[in-house]
Design a protein around this ligand. Structure first.
Ligand code: FAD
Length: 380
């Protein structure tokens, strides 16, 4: 029986643990540094069909359907005029059992952890990783030690495991944007059946339903400079004066939502610039530890799920050495599109915005373009 150790109980770690758990050939343990699994309510997730298809293999299609939503469209609006620019039919990529899905992150995590209670070890923060021939030894901050045959690193964008095994790795880069997120109640002014994407200069925000009760997720991305000290200062994002300073910069047209946002949280967005290959074929990175994207293509969770599935299949088929190259190719495609989206969403010059809207109206109806831009990503 092969021993699999997974570091980090986020979406990617929990999903791959579910995949291995189906086979009696593996003994799995998930090590999580926190004292509980993060079930923060105020955070929505969009899952495109590529990840829903894979999640369905472990029963996601049968999980709490009232706590999920299947939007048909993304409606694009201008923040300044509130006019609708155009809409994109994301349901074109759906099939009978596999539909574009929005839900609370906490519900997805509840689903992923429900069959893993006896394999998750909380309060286990990794402190040392030692490779001994084909075995890997893990040492945790609580001085516990453990051994495994395969190590899967899924401890997020600031992966400590990555820094333990890779020398000279570049840390994630501040994406020069802040995320403002929370939940808002059902509203007459918002189309509660679809995803609404509002575009403004150096700013965009997205509102979408997260369940059948009409609860809405709010997420805004604002261009914002932070100096090196501010980037490291986590307490800044709990400081009332700093939060006020940020919210004062929000476009006037959006202010009416601000009072309604519950569980409002502001945080800096960090992204990856390069890929890191481990020296050993039995150690792998997945999820945000592998690569973290700008959030403007809403693919972070979906790619975490897709990468976890690919790694699982490669370990099953003894083709682990193929994992890195294939994942890099897909990740590059997603990253380029995420950067293009962010650039286009945040245009500030009125003339270039006019051009953008003109092209956007045409592109969202151009099947050939959509097949290349979205279809390639949603296929796996
Ligand atoms: C603003 C914003 C909006 C987003 N919106 C979307 C969206 O709509 N759709 C989408 O698909 N994606 C979205 N994403 C991205 C998505 O949330 C992430 O890509 C995804 O959650 C990554 O999952 P993960 O498992 O790799 O990492 P994480 O979810 O970060 O999990 C890492 C886990 O590892 C644990 N850990 C950390 N250090 C250690 C250690 N030393 N030892 C042990 N455990 C450790 C952590 O506590 C955590 O539980 C968004 C991201 C941002 C920033």
């Amino acid at each position: 029986m092969k021993k699999i150790a997974i570091i980090g109980a986020g979406i990617s770690g929990l999903f791959i643990a579910n995949l291995f758990k189906r086979s009696s050939n593996y003994q799995i343990t998930v090590y999580e540094k926190s004292v509980s699994i993060d079930l923060d309510e105020g955070y929505g997730i969009q899952l495109s069909v590529n990840s829903v298809k894979l999640l369905n293999q472990i029963g996601f299609d049968k999980f709490k359907n009232d706590q999920k939503f299947n939007p048909d469209k993304i409606n694009f609006y201008s923040i300044e005029s509130s006019n609708k620019i155009c809409d994109l039919n994301i349901s074109d990529y759906n099939s009978e059992n596999c539909k574009y899905t929005t839900l609370k992150r906490s519900e997805l995590v509840k689903f992923l952890k429900k069959d893993l209670e006896n394999v998750i070890k909380i309060n286990h923060s990794i402190s040392k990783i030692v490779q001994q021939n084909q075995k890997i030894q893990l040492i945790f901050e609580n001085n516990e030690t453990s051994e495994c045959d395969h190590l899967i690193i899924s401890d997020g964008v600031f992966s400590k495991s990555k820094s333990l095994i890779l020398e000279n790795q570049t840390p994630p880069r501040y994406n020069k944007t802040l995320a403002i997120r929370g939940t808002i109640p059902i509203s007459q002014k918002i189309n509660c059946r679809n995803i609404s994407l509002f575009l403004g200069p150096d700013f965009h925000y997205v509102i979408y339903p997260v369940n059948q009760n009409g609860d809405l997720n709010f997420i805004a991305i604002m261009k914002y400079k932070l100096n090196k000290e501010e980037q490291k200062n986590h307490s800044l994002f709990n400081d009332a004066n700093f939060i006020k300073r940020i919210l004062d910069k929000v476009p006037i047209e959006m202010r009416e939502f601000l009072d309604q946002i519950k569980k409002l949280k502001i945080f800096p967005v960090f992204v990856s610039d390069s890929f890191f290959k481990t020296k050993n074929n039995n150690m792998h990175l997945i999820g945000d530890a592998f690569f973290s994207f700008p959030p403007s293509f809403a693919q972070g969770a979906s790619q975490s799920i897709e990468g976890a599935y690919e790694l699982f299949e490669n370990i099953e088929n003894n083709t682990e050495s193929n994992f890195f190259k294939n994942r890099v190719n897909k990740t590059r495609m997603v990253n380029n599109r995420s950067k293009i989206n962010q650039f286009a969403f945040h245009l500030s010059n009125p003339l270039t915005r006019l051009f953008r809207d003109f092209f956007l109206k045409r592109l969202v109806k151009n099947k050939k373009f959509l097949e290349n831009y979205l279809g390639k990503i949603y296929k796996n």
